[in-house]
Design a protein around this ligand. Structure first.
Ligand SMILES: *[C@@H]1O[C@H](CO)[C@@H](O)[C@H](O)[C@H]1NC(C)=O
Ligand SMILES: *[C@@H]1O[C@H](CO)[C@@H](O)[C@H](O)[C@H]1NC(C)=O
Ligand SMILES: *[C@@H]1O[C@H](CO)[C@@H](O)[C@H](O)[C@H]1NC(C)=O
Ligand SMILES: *[C@@H]1O[C@H](CO)[C@@H](O)[C@H](O)[C@H]1NC(C)=O
Length: 360
């Protein structure tokens, strides 16, 4: 691209988006959505109190369906269990490297004791060799979305150009001064961004833009409105203002993030949600352990489901012919070191991520 090359050499590239996005995949909102995913039906890699069902069982028990313009992904909300609550974990068959991922949700799993839902992207190979991007994630009664990246050594992010709160700046899972498997994280303090607060406004859109320069995530609540370029199918992130989260800095994103699938899942307990359950003033009063609560109270999970209006992946036209790094901008592409900041350990998140995904 001629113009960005000139401007980037003048130092404008970091602040101006030139990407022109065209539709690559529309996952639709009918039952064919599920044919584009693999269903995980083996034991949970995170050791949660969950039983992931295959596609046939999930459909016959009503845990997945599609009607009225949205796709439903839920959990069993009618039976007690001592072996794990039936649920769903699906992984897109297609892998992506860079692009713009737009997820329009009418509903997500509510802020419910015992639950641990996520929408995330995971690179190929042993996690996090090709990176992990947790776009929507929280546990128990969480009322703010915690967005994180996980990477191998030498990837840190700046605390600038986003509206959320920086939680940790080093994306390396074994960074000094951070909890093991914490990664770098930015939370959105707005309670409309997650769980029950999100559902109260009729949900909204999460847009994830992944380029060689970094990863930007915007949240648009339906109460305030979805940008018309998104609803028209011609998304233009350069018009959206500051993202809620911007992961950019001293990190070679082309080296750390590759060949990612998209995953939706709803887990229960595992060590993260179980640990928070025990410490939470409300959850801890409900039962002795997270497992007891989740196993014996199916009706608590009537609001524990995803309702997906749309999932579309767009590609930057400049990346159409090649995914090769286009490192015209030395500031974005040169992995020379800046001093990494260290933050107090963020124990709530990290406790349990260890080996969560290594089975894939
Ligand atoms: C990030 O920057 C904001 C705004 O300048 C500041 O309030 C905040 O303390 C910084 N966070 C960290 C973890 O340095
Ligand atoms: C990150 O901050 C450093 C130091 O302020 C700056 O030189 C660099 O350009 C920033 N990188 C990005 C991608 O914003
Ligand atoms: C990504 O997948 C492609 C196609 O399978 C492969 O050629 C490439 O080596 C992979 N990249 C990485 C970094 O694993
Ligand atoms: C419970 O799960 C079923 C599908 O198994 C779903 O149709 C229903 O909406 C869920 N919620 C409630 C409150 O029953």
């Amino acid at each position: 691209m001629h113009i960005p090359t000139i401007l980037s050499s003048l130092g404008f590239f970091a602040s101006i988006s030139f990407a022109t996005y065209t539709l690559e995949d529309d996952y639709g909102n009918t039952n064919s959505f599920f044919d584009k995913f693999d269903f995980w039906s083996q034991p949970d890699p995170s050791s949660g109190f969950v039983k992931y069902l295959d596609q046939r069982s999930a459909r016959s028990t009503g845990l997945i369906s599609a009607n009225g313009g949205s796709v439903y992904i839920g959990v069993d909300n009618s039976s007690t269990t001592t072996t794990g609550r039936p649920s769903v974990r699906i992984t897109s068959k297609k892998r992506y490297t860079k692009g713009l991922f737009i997820l329009d949700l009418a509903h997500m799993p509510a802020s419910t004791c015992g639950s641990w839902p996520a929408f995330w992207l995971l690179g190929s190979g042993r996690d996090p060799i090709n990176g992990e991007i947790d776009v929507i994630e929280g546990v128990d009664r969480s009322h703010s979305n915690g967005i994180s990246l996980h990477a191998t050594r030498t990837c840190t992010i700046n605390n600038s150009s986003f509206t959320g709160d920086l939680i940790a700046s080093n994306c390396y899972d074994h960074a000094k001064g951070q909890s093991v498997d914490q990664g770098c994280g930015i939370s959105i303090p707005d309670k409309r961004s997650y769980g029950t607060g999100f559902n109260e406004i009729g949900g909204g859109v999460y847009a994830t833009e992944w380029t060689s320069e970094g990863i930007n995530i915007w949240f648009f609540g339906r109460d305030i409105g979805i940008p018309s370029d998104i609803t028209r199918g011609r998304p233009d992130p350069s018009t959206w203002g500051l993202p809620a989260a911007r992961f950019a800095g001293d990190c070679d994103f082309d080296a750390h993030f590759n060949n990612m699938t998209m995953i939706f899942n709803i887990d229960f307990c595992a060590s993260w949600a179980a640990g928070v359950f025990k410490r939470d003033a409300v959850c801890s009063q409900l039962a002795d352990t997270c497992r007891d609560y989740v196993g014996q109270n199916p009706r608590a999970f009537g609001q524990t489901y995803w309702s997906i209006n749309a999932l579309k992946v767009y590609k930057d036209s400049a990346d159409q012919d090649s995914d090769d790094a286009n490192c015209d901008d030395p500031a974005a592409c040169d992995p020379s070191l800046h001093s990494a900041k260290h933050f107090p350990s963020y124990a709530m998140r990290a406790r349990a991520r260890r080996d969560r995904n290594y089975l894939e």
